[in-house]
Ligand binder design. Structure first.
Ligand SMILES: [Zn+2]
Length: 387
């Protein structure tokens, strides 16, 4: 995907000289939406103060967003003195508009849902494929068609698809998990429905969920350790996807190319062949040991060693790991933390915390919804005619 250029509060952009009126309107909309999303009620006066936009400009954009159904008026500001008029608060309106999401991150399973603007599923469907059968774009189009049948078309602002692999401009360039090369998912779905499609890497999507609904701030290294290993990085609320959109594809980085198991990618010693869930579970089984903790601890240390350099390079203090509970447990995290402290903490550098993601199994679908909502904000200048 093209990087979402902003996720959180930004500086006011209304004074840029080169922006056209529709650009300015679009930026102001995003700016105001960001300040309210997902659940921070604010008054018009506060939005004006935080964005640097005039009260008139704020009212103009707010009226637009109220008309469109993105936000709603919701109660009044607390006024401790009890005197004077209390300002009306604005919040995101999760109820009126919808997103259709599809999650391709699991083996032999396509999950889909109609969600509200906060990514909460209203209607959920899934397609289970026979083992060995590849997921194809037609199956996804069919699922979207079924989901769409249950929701008023006019209320769907976007379709968000989360897929593992390298994704740019809606095309899955390469995905080992899906066994896909250059699959134009956006094109395939948009040619069937007149709804904008956003395709996001599943780990980047999960990172969005952690950022907006978990504990993360604007700087984060998010790692998914499951059947593979991949990461996503957020710097000042900008996802870092890299030159080839392959940023975060760390599973096939080999820390010791001369040792370790041969990997299907052609190298030896790839991180996935050492600490991804299948490799780790196989090793635990083969060891015959009842106590799995030493192997889990070793895997935690290994991951922290591998991440110490990017953490130091980017000065990150928050590393969040998502993975199965039998692996990413306290034994794993304690060992990882110990290794991080030994490798990265110093008199001039504080501690980097490594922790488990608490967002639950719906985090990929929710991330796809967030990506689609943010894209909608970027694409649409607003309902009103431009002056
Ligand atoms: Zn490899």
């Amino acid at each position: 995907m093209a990087p979402l250029t902003h996720l959180g509060p930004r500086q006011a952009t209304g004074r840029q000289t080169k922006a056209s009126p529709s650009d300015v309107r679009r930026m102001n909309r995003s700016l105001i939406f960001d300040l309210l999303f997902p659940s921070t009620p604010r008054s018009r006066a506060e939005l004006s103060r935080l964005t640097g936009l005039s009260r008139v400009a704020v009212s103009d954009v707010v009226n637009d967003m109220l008309d469109e159904g993105l936000i709603r008026e919701s109660g009044h500001e607390m006024n401790p003195s009890g005197k004077g008029k209390r300002a009306t608060l604005l919040t995101i309106d999760p109820m009126r508009l919808h997103v259709i999401v599809v999650d391709l991150s699991q083996d032999n399973l396509i999950q889909g849902a109609v969600t509200d603007l906060l990514g909460i599923p209203q209607d959920h469907m899934e397609v289970t494929l026979e083992p060995g059968r590849r997921i194809d774009a037609d199956a996804i189009v069919q699922l979207v068609d079924q989901l769409r049948a249950d929701v008023d078309d006019g209320t769907v602002i976007g379709i968000g698809v989360a897929a593992p692999g390298v994704i740019s401009d809606g095309v899955v360039r390469t995905s080992t998990a899906l066994d896909w090369h250059d699959v134009d998912l956006k094109g395939a779905i948009e040619s069937r429905f007149t709804i904008p499609v956003t395709v996001v890497n599943d780990v980047v999507g999960s990172m969005f969920t952690e950022r907006f609904f978990g504990e993360a701030g604007p700087n984060l290294l998010f790692v998914k350790l499951d059947r593979g290993i991949a990461s996503a990085t957020l710097i000042d609320d900008v996802p870092v996807v890299g030159v080839h959109h392959a940023g975060g594809e760390i599973g096939h980085i080999s820390l010791d190319p001369d040792r370790g198991e041969p990997c299907p990618c052609g190298k030896r010693g790839c991180m996935e062949t050492i600490i991804a869930a299948p490799a780790l579970r196989a090793r635990m089984k083969a060891s015959g040991l009842r106590d799995r903790r030493p192997l889990i601890a070793e895997a935690g240390s290994y991951l922290a060693s591998a991440l110490a350099m990017p953490v130091g390079l980017l000065d990150l203090e928050d590393v969040c790991v998502y993975g199965p509970a039998d692996i990413v447990n306290s034994t794993f995290l304690d060992a990882a933390q110990e290794r991080f402290d030994a490798m990265t903490a110093s008199t001039f550098r504080g501690r980097t915390r490594i922790r488990r993601c608490q967002c639950g199994p719906g985090l990929v679908m929710r991330g796809a919804a967030i990506a689609a909502v943010l894209r909608h904000l970027e694409d649409r200048p607003g309902a009103r005619p431009e002056e």
